[in-house]
Ligand binder design. Sequence first.
Ligand code: M6R
Length: 357
Amino acid sequence: EKGTYPHFMLKEIDEQPLVMRRIIQSYQDDFDRLKLAPEIRGAMKRCDRIYIIAAGTSYHAGLAGKQFLENMAGIPTEVHVASEFSYNMPLLSEHPLFVFISQSGETADSRSVLVKIKEMGHPALTITNVAGSTLSRESDFTLHLHAGPEIAVASTKAYTAQIAVLAILAVDTARAKEIRLDFDPLQELAIAANAIEVLTDQKETIEELVRSNLATTQNAFFIGRGSDYFVCLEGALKLKEISYIQAEGFAGGELKHGTIALIEEGTPVIALATQENVNYAIRSNVQEVVARGANDMIFSMRGLEQDSDAFVVPQVHELIAPLVSVVPMQLLAYYAALHRGCDVDKPRNLAKSVTVE
Ligand code: M6R
């Protein structure tokens, strides 16, 4: 039920801190040990490469999760769009592990890859919000998102839950492989939950940004580098899906190779700056578009901010940043849809789960 909320999407955005805490509780015992099935740990230790298969928002969560699996667990990881995998299949490693990410567990594109790789004899782990879903039943192992039902077509809390569960999977593997980490990811997830809470209290600021920058625009660009780029892809998808503004997420350095031709006087360009190593570079990309008339909005992280930034998110560990920086992107999309009179929870042409290929 929506309760006092006008839309499920807004309720689900607000539920994210709670979901994050529920995930930490569900996967950790009283002695800080992680409660993952030994078979999953075994499969993670045995594999020499992970192939993440997903669609839409779940694909974007996979891109962020790849960072954990490579940086924490030391496993090379590829992320593939489910509907393309069979036609652009990479040369598989000797001991692949397939990880399917799907909120619904019913996405037909992902299922057809699952059927194919099971025929080939490879192991599969599904990360899903729906226990007993098709992908969960047909995989060897399942990890649950514990996000509670997600009703709005635009996925929000499932995305942050997927990234959190991927982080937990990576930490568990790192511990099993005795890889020493120089930070405590579980503690960082708890810090992220608090940060999201702070952000969900800043709705008015985001609504104001929408009123002055996105109320009537026909298009918008999201630019970022490193993991900010992945969040830009998600921010753009969210905005197109529910507000029908034509939006694209780009790697900041790639704009000048063609897309910058689309920048005109007043074109909104939303830039993410949460990563120290690319902070300078993304800001010069913003200068490039501003010089061509763009209307810039920089979303930075505390510690990296500059006075002219449109919005500053609380400081969290850089690897965890997508969990936090996506929240203002979700709110931008929400208020853009609201102010443009769109049906927020049920956008046109879309269903909650896509069960056709
Ligand atoms: O249930 P799934 O996670 O497999 O769904 C995948 C996509 O269809 C889904 O994430 C879609 O992109 C969302 N509506 C985006 O908000």
